[in-house]
Design a protein around this ligand. Structure first.
Ligand code: FE2
Length: 241
């Protein structure tokens, strides 16, 4: 079975559309979304609707909770705070209900799904380094944890004592290892590549692959300008940082 996994769309409809088109050519049997449907981008409603149309399983992100005022946005930078206030104002009641229905974690066979970290999903901590990844292995039982939040596609390979970071684009799951994989961001990548990111996992082959899809971010930027969203958020889409 092929499973497609994506995260951190952040109201970027052009990036989401490009990813879903690319995904469709690979005909996944299951589609999983790891949170942050909204925040930053100009199309929160259309993105929430599209995500709920295509995803079989979803988990909540900090911007989804921020838009619902379920979590404090004190840890957001000023640009993110500006964008979340804008999002709160435009989000429809129906889409607020959809965001409200998202659980904090989910399981899909041998995969544990969370937006930030398995240890305390609601703390919204950033998992970027090997030492932290080694600790996080204790907080889920599945073969692999798939997550988002940092907007950087990468993987950690661990045997319990040692963990190494990998940026290989193809990971074949080995019996003796467990994995923590960041699937990257659809709508606001921050790993110096502006192309939208997602992952595919083949449960039979036990192969996880990282994918990047170019999209026309100039259209998104134009919409953001028209909406009066912060210039820094507009600028970062074209450089992927
Ligand atoms: Fe995010």
């Amino acid at each position: 079975m092929r499973i497609a996994v994506f995260a951190d769309v952040h109201g970027n409809l052009e990036a989401l559309t490009a990813v879903l088109q690319d995904m469709a050519t690979r005909a996944p049997e299951r589609v999983l979304f790891l949170g942050d449907a909204v925040g930053y981008g100009p199309d929160p409603n259309a993105c929430v609707e599209k995500i709920f149309e295509v995803a079989d399983t979803v988990v909540a992100g900090n911007h989804d909770h921020g838009a619902l005022e379920l979590t404090s946005t004190a840890h957001f930078n000023p640009f993110a705070q500006g964008a979340i206030l804008w999002t709160q104002n435009v989000l429809t009641g129906e889409n607020r209900e959809r965001l409200l229905s998202m659980p904090m974690t989910a399981r899909e066979g041998e995969l544990f799904l969370v937006h930030a970290t398995p240890e305390r999903p609601e703390a919204w901590a950033y998992l970027l380094y090997e030492e932290e990844a080694r600790r996080q292995l204790k907080f889920f039982e599945e073969k692999a944890c798939l997550y988002g939040h940092t907007h950087r596609s990468l993987g950690f390979v661990g045997d319990g004592n040692n963990v190494r970071l990998t940026t290989e684009r193809l990971l074949t799951f080995q019996d003796q290892f467990r994995y923590i994989v960041n699937v990257g961001s659809v709508g606001q990548p921050r790993d110096s590549d502006p192309d939208a990111a997602y992952c595919l996992y083949d449960t039979r082959e036990k192969v996880l692959s990282f994918h990047r899809v170019p999209y026309n971010y100039r259209i998104t930027q134009e919409k953001m300008r028209a909406a009066g969203l912060p210039a820094f958020l507009i600028q970062r889409l074209q450089v992927g940082v």
